[in-house]
Design a binder for this molecule. Structure first.
Ligand SMILES: C[S@@+](CC[C@H](N)C(=O)[O-])C[C@H]1O[C@@H](n2cnc3c(N)ncnc32)[C@H](O)[C@@H]1O
Length: 404
């Protein structure tokens, strides 16, 4: 009897992860072939049956039906032998799930995104014990539902890889995301132990879906910004349309790190987006200054002490991050300058250039980090996502004197 496939070998992990993430059928077929050294052998079919389809859950049915059809067609085309069990399963899906069943199911699906850490990465802080990290995410089949926020966009996959690859940039930091969509970035931030995770979106149905996803992944959701809860599993969710965001609304947030994935796309929204970024990054304008942990015992609010609003900082970027040293005579007082990481895919260069010009007008310092800060490729099984198409910006407030 031929040996069963080992589920822990990379090609089997890729096939299983691709099915859970609901990658297109062509992608699954190519992973299945890779497992069988070029053809979809009996062992590969047995692996699919035992490990990929054993607990499919109702929500997967129409997707699995399409995949099974493709799989059977491919094996027959190769003049191979289809396992009886796969024929039976396909017959079951045909009779149980008619084509209109998708509509009746409200168009919601649950994807499971697996981050696969390659050998040699297990020492990563974010990943001390296991080589696979899986998050479940309810998404919409209709990309435009929830003002685009109920789908997973490539930039949030990229930012998630960045967070898990460089946890030191986010761990123990207060992190705030704009346009959070399904909430994947927030799950990764909580995983690497950001000291605070605040997610936001301007669309209420997206926000409801995001909260559902956080709870699905065992995080607690808090709506009230004022509540100071030390629960490490607590994530705050805010309804924050950029158009109406005010300084007083942002005053309680004061993040160390601002994140945004695929938020640069609508020219109408860009002036508001840039205004929000400028308010979050230029925290001297927000009424009070945060204090770095090393400054205990000093005044937490140099702005109020001096009565000035235009402090000059020096910014030290030597370690890849940003540390601001206030240049107000108080040499012992230092604080991390807030920094934004924005991942984006250029779909329209004019829109992107418009964003850059608005950023300049708002005194934002925008640096392209794509070539210098690369995440590990943790989603190599996803053929629908290409890390190389995503670019990364670091944005700081340029009322800051760079000492580099
Ligand atoms: C293309 S989606 C990206 C979602 C998520 N960041 C991702 O990458 O998967 C853009 C997100 O920004 C939100 N958004 C768009 N315009 C907005 C606005 N004016 N104010 C607040 N959020 C907005 C949408 O609701 C949506 O969640």
């Amino acid at each position: 009897m031929e040996q069963e496939l080992d589920p822990s070998v990379p090609c089997c992990q890729h096939l299983l992860s691709a099915i859970l993430a609901m990658e297109p059928s062509e992608c699954l077929i190519s992973h299945a072939r890779a497992c069988g050294g070029g053809s979809i052998t009996d062992q590969v079919q047995q692996f699919i049956s035992d490990h990929c389809l054993s607990t499919p859950g109702d929500f997967h049915a129409p997707y699995l039906k399409t995949f099974l059809k493709k799989l059977i067609t491919q094996v027959e085309f190769d003049r191979g032998c289809v396992l009886d069990h796969l024929y039976e399963l396909y017959a079951h899906y045909i009779s149980s799930f008619k084509d209109d069943s998708l509509g009746k199911r409200d168009g919601r699906i649950c994807k499971r995104i697996s981050f696969l850490f390659p050998d040699g990465c297990s020492e990563l802080l974010s990943f001390p014990h296991s080589r696979v990290l899986v998050f479940s995410l309810q998404c919409s089949l209709n990309m435009l539902e929830g003002d685009t926020g109920c789908s997973i966009w490539p930039s949030s996959l990229f930012l998630s890889e960045l967070i898990l690859s460089h946890p030191e940039l986010f761990s123990n930091k207060s992190c705030f995301e704009i346009g959070s969509g399904v909430g994947l970035v927030g799950l990764c931030l909580a995983h690497v132990k950001a000291s605070k995770v605040i997610l936001s979106d301007g669309d209420l149905s997206t926000l409801a879906n995001m909260k559902f996803n956080l709870e699905l992944n065992h995080l607690n959701v808090e709506d009230d910004m004022l509540q100071r809860n030390k629960d490490p599993n607590m994530v705050k969710c805010l309804h924050l349309p950029w158009e109406s965001a005010s300084e007083s609304q942002l005053q309680d947030i004061m993040p160390d790190v601002v994140l945004g994935a695929d938020v640069i796309y609508d020219p109408v929204c860009l002036p508001h987006l840039v205004r929000v970024l400028a308010m979050l990054l230029n925290q001297t304008n927000l009424g009070s200054c945060r204090q770095h942990a090393s400054c205990k015992g000093h005044s937490p609010n140099i702005e109020h002490e001096n009565g000035e609003h235009n402090h000059e900082y020096a910014i030290d970027k030597s370690d890849g991050g940003c540390k601001a040293i206030y240049n107000d005579g108080s040499s012992s007082l230092s604080k991390e300058a807030p920094v934004a990481y924005i991942a984006y895919v250029i779909r329209n260069i004019e829109t992107f250039n418009y964003f850059l010009s608005l950023g300049k007008q708002a005194n934002l310092d925008i640096v392209d980090l794509t070539d210098s800060l690369k995440p590990v490729n943790l989603l190599c099984y996803m053929k629908s996502y290409n890390q190389a198409t995503v670019r990364l910006l670091r944005i700081t407030c340029s009322n800051i004197r760079n000492i580099q």
